[in-house]
Structure formats: structure tokens, C-alpha cells
Write a protein that binds this ligand. Structure first.
Ligand code: ADP
Ligand code: MG
Ligand code: MG
Length: 444
């Protein structure tokens, strides 16, 4: 279920079911396994990138010149450098990542769309949808479908275990997990499943607050320990804070910086959020970059295999940049233009892409990406209680969990999957943004 809105009394007015697909969607087993195998490497890669301030600053400098939000995150990153230095040995780091992929039919390869380091959502609803599809296939009888091809999926308990492990490493009895949420949160049921699992599996309490509430109710003691209304916090888990609109005033930025300065594990820290930038994804795909951050040539080869074509627009005088801009301008349908944003609905396609690249000013805030062409399926989509049968495309997400204290890696796991399916005619994905439905894979 998803919350629809609040009445004048501040109580929920109504709820609707999350949009879902009625049956699982075919997905090739080898690609699915490949994506799972890559996840622990991505966890390590992104952790190392998040710790490399010099790399983050130099990679994001040009984008930050034209993108205020990236510039602001970099400012918070720089302003909190002293805390990171002082506490490195004890500071607990928690990451809940989700690497997203689409199959590219022309090349028969699985290509990465992006890697999310902040508010990687829908893990709990995906767990439920997988159970529902298993039920439909087994119980309602689908003669052409064999339930053994529905892979097990328990994102909920795996994310709860990662959070529990971070709380344990923090080592303070009674400390809670702070869920940082949007004021008009529509995806609260996905979060509530997780709150219950954290309690049931680890007996750890959770509190929910918006950034504005944290600015009012939060405080740090002289050792940097964070409390909200007197409740000590071990982990700050962000389900908000990824979009400029989450920071309508300085108060929200103050809250973010206060938490970043605290001893509580930040999921994600500002460094992790920056490491998840589209610009960093593009740079890592360049030659000899990923190799600096992973343990072996084999690991680099494995993850490189899923990099799509990605181009920087930093330097317009560079002949390579000019060439790809010319290509994109004549064949916009083969490209996606991406700003440094999260949450769906921000990319430019077709004519809008053409128009934007015609103006060279501020293009460094974007990256250009090869348009991935997934195979088309026929699906029944259920939204607001109505079923629609349409041609669809699907996107696979693999969750990754990671906990580290100082240099000691406590946990690094592939933590389950998500499939989102959307009408083949839609450019964008995103369930919350209203483009896609939750689905599950039927391995072929
Ligand atoms: P966000 O961080 O906003 O989710 P994404 O990079 O995931 O940004 O893009 C949003 C959606 O746009 C994706 O879910 C996918 O449906 C579509 N998309 C993004 N990149 C590509 C691409 N290279 N080829 C085809 N579709 C893409
Ligand atoms: Mg994203
Ligand atoms: Mg995305």
C-alpha cells in the first residue's frame, strides 16, 4: 500500500495499493546471476570512491559549477572533513545501495542504468511482490509457469540485518535508528515493513522525522553523539535528502550537516551520496579509473562488462565531446541526457535533449548516456485497482548492503532484487514518479 494524502486534521485520508504487475516478467537467468555476482564488487568500489575526497572533488568540480545542489553537497563534505579525520577508526559506515540494469537487446548484454547510494527504495515492497507472484503462480494455477523459476528474495530482512549490524557496531544500548523522511511521504509502507523487521530481528527502535523536525529537535553532545528529543541515535537512514526540494530552507541543510558531524552512522554519508552521482558513474567508466578502486583485474573486467556508453560534457572544445554532441543532435533517440539528480523524471530525451545540447552553457552539469534498448514483453499492469495490458520494458535492481568500522569491513552482501516494469512507450522509469510498476523476475 502507499499513502495517498493527509486530510486537514493531518491524518491519512486514503491509501492505494502500490502499482504492480499481475504476473512475473521473463528475465534471462545468466544476466540475473551476473548482476548478483557484481554487487559485492560495486559495494567495495563505491565505498572506496566515497572515501577519496580528492577524486570526488576533481570529478565533480565542473558539474558543481553549474549545479547548485552538487556544489552544496560538496560544501557539506568539505565542512565535515575534520570530523571524518578525527573519528576514522570508530566511525561506523552503513551503505544500502541498489545497482539498476536493463538488458540491451541489440548487443545482448546487461547494462547498468545507474547505481543508487541514497534512498534505495522498494526493497520491502519487492519482497512482498515476489511472495504475491509465487502465490499466484502456485495457488491460482498458471500452467505455463514453474514456481522453481521464481528466485527467492528477502530484501527486507537483509536490509534490516545490515542496519542492525551497524547499530551493534555503534555499541550503545538503547540507541535508535532515525528514518529521515519527506514531509508528504507517499512510500511509507515500504519503510514501515523495514521498521518492523528491524524491531523483530534486532529489537532496535526506529523514529521517523523530517529534516525540518531534525533541525528543531536534534542536538549533538560534546562528543558528537546525536539525540532527537533526548533519544540517542545510532544510525541516520535517509529516505529523503536526495533532491533539492528536500532542502527548502537553510534549516534542512543545518540538520544534514549536524548529522554528518555526529558519531551516528550515516546511510548515506555525504561522501556516499556524491559517489552515487551520475557524473561519478560516467567518470568511473573511463579508462583505468575503476581499476584504481577494485582489488583485481578480474573484478574490474566483471563490472566493466555492464558499463554502457557514457560521455562527459565537461569540455566542449574537446574533439571527442564535440563528436558525440553532433551524434546526439542528429540521432537523439540513441542517447539519454542526465543531470545530477535522483528520484526519476529528470532525464532528457528526444527533442528536449536536442534543444538542451544546442545551448553549450552549463552542459558540464549533465552526462550523456547510450540509450539502452530492452526487449519488449506483454504485461498486465495493475494501478489504482485497474488492469491495463500493454507492451512493457523492465529494469532490474540489485540491492547491496555494506557495513564498515574504520578499516574493518563488517558486512558486504548482495541483498536481493527488484524488478520495475513500465509501458514500452515511456522514456522514464520510477514507481514513485508514476511511470512504472513493481514486478518480479521469472528466470528463463
Ligand atoms: P534516477 O536516479 O532519477 O532514477 P535513472 O538514471 O535511473 O535516474 O533514470 C531514470 C529512468 O530513465 C530509468 O529508470 C530508466 O527507465 C530510464 N533510463 C535511464 N537511463 C537510461 C538509458 N541509458 N537507456 C534507457 N533508459 C534509461
Ligand atoms: Mg537514482
Ligand atoms: Mg533510477
Amino acid at each position: 500500500m502507499q499513502l495517498v494524502g493527509l486530510g486537514d486534521d493531518g491524518r491519512p485520508r486514503a491509501a492505494v495499493h502500490a502499482p504492480i504487475s499481475v504476473l512475473p516478467v521473463p528475465f534471462p537467468r545468466d544476466s540475473f546471476e551476473k548482476a548478483k555476482k557484481a554487487m559485492q564488487i560495486f559495494n567495495t568500489l563505491i565505498d572506496r570512491v566515497s572515501r577519496d575526497g580528492a577524486y570526488l572533488r576533481s570529478t565533480l568540480r565542473a558539474a558543481a559549477e553549474f549545479d547548485e545542489f552538487t556544489a552544496r553537497l560538496l560544501q557539506v563534505f568539505d565542512a565535515t572533513e575534520d570530523c571524518r579525520q578525527q573519528r576514522f577508526g570508530e566511525q561506523v559506515v552503513l551503505a544500502i545501495n541498489r545497482s539498476d540494469y536493463m538488458l540491451d537487446e541489440p548487443s545482448s548484454t546487461l547494462l547498468q542504468v545507474e547505481l543508487n547510494t541514497i534512498a534505495s527504495s522498494f526493497g520491502c515492497l519487492s519482497t512482498q511482490v515476489c511472495k504475491m507472484h509465487r502465490y499466484i503462480v502456485e495457488r491460482a494455477g498458471q500452467p505455463n509457469l514453474d514456481v522453481s523459476n521464481l528466485p527467492a528474495n528477502d530484501v527486507t530482512s537483509q536490509i534490516a540485518d545490515a542496519i542492525g549490524s551497524a547499530v551493534h557496531a555503534y555499541g550503545c544500548d538503547g540507541a535508535a535508528v532515525l528514518f529521515i523522511v519527506q514531509p508528504d511521504e507517499k512510500n511509507s509502507y515500504d519503510q514501515q515493513w523495514l521498521q518492523y523487521a528491524i524491531w523483530e530481528q534486532h529489537k532496535v527502535r526506529t523514529v521517523r522525522r523530517t529534516l525540518a523536525q531534525i533541525a528543531e529537535q536534534g542536538s549533538l553532545d560534546s562528543s558528537g553523539n546525536l539525540s532527537i528529543d533526548g533519544q540517542r541515535i545510532a544510525v541516520c537512514y535517509y529516505r529523503a535528502g536526495y533532491a533539492p526540494t528536500d532542502y527548502p530552507s537553510e534549516a534542512e541543510w543545518d540538520a544534514r550537516e549536524m548529522m554528518e558531524r555526529s558519531t551516528a552512522a550515516q546511510c548515506p554519508s555525504v561522501g556516499y551520496q556524491l559517489a552515487g552521482a551520475k557524473k561519478v558513474q560516467q567518470d568511473l567508466a573511463g579508462s583505468h579509473i575503476v581499476e584504481k578502486f577494485v582489488d583485481s583485474a578480474d573484478e574490474a573486467t566483471l563490472i566493466r562488462a555492464c558499463f554502457a556508453g557514457l560521455w562527459s560534457l565537461d569540455n566542449k572544445r574537446d574533439p571527442g565531446t564535440q563528436e558525440v554532441l553532433n551524434q546526439a543532435s542528429t540521432r537523439p533517440e540513441d542517447f539519454v541526457l542526465k543531470p545530477q539528480r535522483e528520484g526519476g523524471g529528470n532525464n532528457l530525451y528526444g527533442e528536449a535533449l536536442q534543444q538542451r545540447i544546442a545551448d553549450p552553457k552549463g552542459l558540464a552539469a549533465y552526462i550523456l548516456m547510450q540509450r539502452i534498448r530492452p526487449p519488449i514483453n506483454r504485461s498486465m499492469l495493475l494501478r489504482n485497482g485497474e488492469i491495463l495490458e500493454v507492451d512493457t520494458l523492465s529494469e532490474l535492481g540489485i540491492y547491496g548492503t555494506f557495513v564498515r568500522q574504520g578499516d574493518r569491513v563488517i558486512l558486504n552482501e548482495e541483498a536481493g532484487h527488484l524488478i520495475r516494469t513500465k509501458a514500452a512507450t515511456s522514456d522514464e522509469g520510477g514507481v514513485a514518479a508514476g511511470f512504472a510498476v513493481l514486478d518480479s523476475p521469472y528466470l528463463t
